[in-house]
Design a binder for this molecule. Structure first.
Ligand SMILES: NC(=O)c1ccc[n+]([C@@H]2O[C@H](COP(=O)([O-])OP(=O)(O)OC[C@H]3O[C@@H](n4cnc5c(N)ncnc54)[C@H](OP(=O)(O)O)[C@@H]3O)[C@@H](O)[C@H]2O)c1
Length: 395
């Protein structure tokens, strides 16, 4: 029996992980679950999985969690420290499924125990980069990629003969605005931006998929996970999301991973690794699908790709700034304070405003993260105010 913990169990990745655990009660036992502001779902999951510990990030939700779990014997706690406590409890497999840099401290706590960490929370790798990878190496932890593209590459990547690998190619659905003009995107609402054509995901990653910042973050993620330079990480738009990514070898072979777009497949691979468990995901019927198409990404309409690659090439704390500014701007967009196109503009201007040449410690990460959030919040506000007063043609 593998003892597991899910950080972010109430989210989209978290719920898919819970679904697989409920289908395989003989293979897994649950140590701890965490959420931020959803005590009802957290309590329901903890009861049905028989978890030992449930932690909620927001202290204002603690009373509700405690009441919902009264008499069950399940321990409860709240506040950011409780998320770290959850990660420190004795599970040998931990899902990092929190969204954003908020997941950094608990994910690092799990890494430092030297256990298996299934990584969905790409922002922690983007913001802490090589420092995060050094912690993985130092602790002897095993990092398993859950992001569907990186999970696909992992399954096709010959780690013992990397000299034979020419490049990796991340596939990209193109998001809900793949065929939209710049003018149409300028007017895009949060509701339109979160309506992803193929995947059902949390709000933040859905907006990232609409700006294509998600693919930019994934380039940085691939750079660290597979130690590939940016120029050997390609992106191809593949609207059907059937091929999840590819690895090209020097003899001309290209290995691809295919499957229906359902996160339970990559999560199941990480959960059972090195074995495989059955999942109920829709089986692939290529004849029924009929046609798979591919096109190059359009960096003019989706500048996030260029901005993210530049941050990676600049190095130091630039990816940390990129991530924090993006989280702040996406939040402002979801709250209706800025427009869709303002997101990447705010990120680019934050990067230009903060010289971030060195990243030497986790303290640097937290400092860059905090400064970038302040600058991006200010810029997001200015953008919105300036645009509201500008003549329509200039908006
Ligand atoms: N969804 C996907 O298909 C998918 C695919 C690939 C990669 N990923 C990555 O996986 C991560 C999770 O994505 P998601 O779509 O599952 O997100 P989500 O649905 O928004 O869920 C996020 C989870 O994190 C918790 N959380 C949010 N803010 C927090 C904070 N400040 N402190 C502690 N916990 C917090 C949420 O708790 P509450 O529910 O209580 O708010 C929830 O459990 C992201 O990094 C995303 O990029 C997701």
């Amino acid at each position: 029996m593998r003892r597991v913990t899910i950080l972010g169990s109430t989210g989209s990745v978290g719920q898919s992980t819970v679904d697989l655990l409920l289908r395989n009660p003989d293979a897994f036992v649950v140590e701890a679950l965490t959420a931020n502001r959803n005590p009802a779902r957290l309590a329901e999951q903890a009861r049905s999985l028989g978890a030992r510990f449930a932690a909620i990030g927001d202290p204002a939700c603690y009373a509700a969690l405690k009441e919902a779990l009264a008499g069950t014997g399940i321990e409860t706690a709240s506040g950011p420290a409780s998320l770290v406590e959850a990660a420190l409890r004795p599970a040998e497999w931990v899902m990092a499924g929190i969204v954003g840099a908020a997941g950094l401290a608990p994910t690092l706590a799990a890494i430092r125990r030297g256990v298996i960490v299934a990584l969905a929370n790409k922002e922690v790798l983007v913001c802490a980069g090589s420092l995060f990878m050094q912690e993985v190496a130092r602790s002897g932890a095993t990092l398993l990629p859950v992001d569907s593209e990186h999970n696909a590459i992992w399954q096709c990547f010959d780690f013992d003969r990397v000299e034979g690998i020419e490049k990796v190619t991340l596939t990209c659905s193109g998001g809900p605005f793949r065929e939209r003009s710049v003018e149409e995107m300028r007017r895009a609402t949060p509701q339109q931006a979160v309506a992803h054509p193929n995947w059902s995901m949390g709000a933040k990653i859905s907006v990232d998929s609409a700006t294509l910042m998600n693919k930019g973050l994934e380039v940085i993620e691939a750079y660290h996970l597979f130690q590939m330079p940016s120029e050997r990480i390609d992106i191809v738009v593949h609207p059907q999301s059937i091929i999840h990514s590819m690895v090209s070898y020097r003899d001309g072979s290209v290995l691809a991973h295919l499957g229906s777009p359902d996160m339970r497949t990559p999560i199941a691979y990480a959960l059972a690794w090195p074995g495989r468990i059955a999942t109920p995901t829709k089986r692939l019927d290529l004849a029924a699908i009929g046609r798979l198409t591919f096109e190059p990404p359009d960096e003019r309409r989706f500048p996030a790709l260029r901005v993210a690659r530049q941050a990676l090439l600049h190095g130091g704390g630039s990816p940390t700034v990129l991530n924090a500014a993006n989280e702040t701007a996406v939040h402002a967009f979801l709250e209706g304070r800025i427009g869709f196109l303002d997101i990447v503009e705010a990120v680019e201007r934050t990067l230009a405003a903060i010289p971030a040449d060195n990243l030497e410690s986790l303290e640097d990460v937290y400092n860059y993260d905090r400064t970038a959030r302040e600058v991006a919040a200010r810029l997001s506000g200015h953008n919105a105010a300036a645009r509201a007063h500008a003549p329509v043609g200039l908006r």
